[in-house]
Ligand binder design. Structure first.
Ligand code: PDD
Length: 290
């Protein structure tokens, strides 16, 4: 079942008019929220990022956070899986085609849920291949916009060369992946690029940095150069649907020893443990151990 503009229905019955600005202009924003044991993971943070994206495109939020929570609760309930990946999408509505914002068009709200499958153990054991690419996207990558053509093309480049992800570089520095955030380990230090307009502020990225802080894993948030990525001991990717994965091959060359490294192993198990704690109703935010 999906949710469309106030109604729950089977996806086969869902229709939107062809003049929807999402279809015509890619004029909208989205979120992907992981759900474990039927509980949305870091929902307040996802809703906060949704607000940031809506503000970024000057579209009024059609719902309060409690309304979003109630809709999501119902949608999660009517879908079968315990673990779900919820895709939530808001567009500037239906109007005669004109670039200028329409007056009085109600936004379109579409939410679907798919089973959330954890990354296969074989891939976690070997790590995945990535290629590099030039980050040719716009300068507001902090907005989670549905207009994803550059990301689609960049990710397809990886698929075409048998890899899983494209690591993006802009002006000599790493920004993120085509559909993930990227971390690097060098000299036993986890390096993360600082959040800015050139990357999506990942929710999983935040969890990883909080885990590093709480468990005293050496880390630095600073610009990461292309050279540092290419000579890294480890490269990790993070996203809501793929959690944390090791990249062990970049442009056909082994990363470090060419197998998942110790920082990945530690962060992966901390992440799994943290997920379980949260799902059992424990701390939503990590506290730094004193
Ligand atoms: N994408 N950067 C980009 C460009 C992304 O598309 C994503 C996630 C991330 C990771 O953010 P988070 O940890 O909040 O999922 C970073 C989602 C999963 C998608 O488009 O399907």
């Amino acid at each position: 079942m999906i949710y469309l503009n106030g109604k729950f229905m089977p996806i086969e019955d869902a229709r939107i008019p062809v003049l929807d600005r999402g279809f015509i202009f890619g004029d909208g924003v989205y979120e992907v929220i992981p759900v474990y044991s039927r509980k949305p993971f870091r929902l307040p943070e996802h809703l906060q990022r949704l607000q940031h994206s809506l503000d970024g495109i000057r579209l009024k939020n059609p719902h309060s956070n409690s309304e979003w929570s109630a809709i999501l609760r119902q949608l999660i309930e009517v879908n079968d899986s315990e673990d779900q990946s919820v895709y939530l999408h808001v567009t500037r509505g239906v109007a005669r085609r004109d670039h200028a914002f329409p007056k009085g068009a109600p936004p379109t709200v579409f939410i679907m849920s798919n089973p959330l499958l954890a990354p296969p153990q074989e891939l976690l054991a070997t790590g995945v291949a990535a290629i590099s690419g030039i980050d040719n996207r716009w300068l507001r990558c902090d907005i989670k916009a549905i207009s994803l053509l550059p990301n689609v093309l960049l990710r397809q480049m990886a698929i075409d060369s048998g890899a899983m992800e494209t690591v993006l570089f802009r002006d000599g520095f790493m920004t993120e992946g085509a559909a993930s955030n990227i971390f690097v380990v060098k000299n036993e230090t986890l390096l993360a690029p600082p959040k800015n307009n050139l990357m999506l502020p990942g929710i999983t990225y935040d969890v990883v940095l909080e885990l590093a802080e709480a468990h005293r894993i050496r880390h630095e948030v600073r610009a990461v150069s292309e050279y540092e990525v290419r000579t890294a001991d480890e490269i990790l990717l993070t996203s809501s649907t793929r959690e944390i994965m090791p990249i062990t091959l970049l442009d056909g060359k082994p990363v470090g020893k060419g197998s998942p490294g110790v920082v990945f192993e530690v962060l992966y198990s901390l992440y799994q443990e943290y997920k379980l704690t949260v799902m059992r109703g424990g701390e939503a935010k990590l506290k730094v151990e004193s």
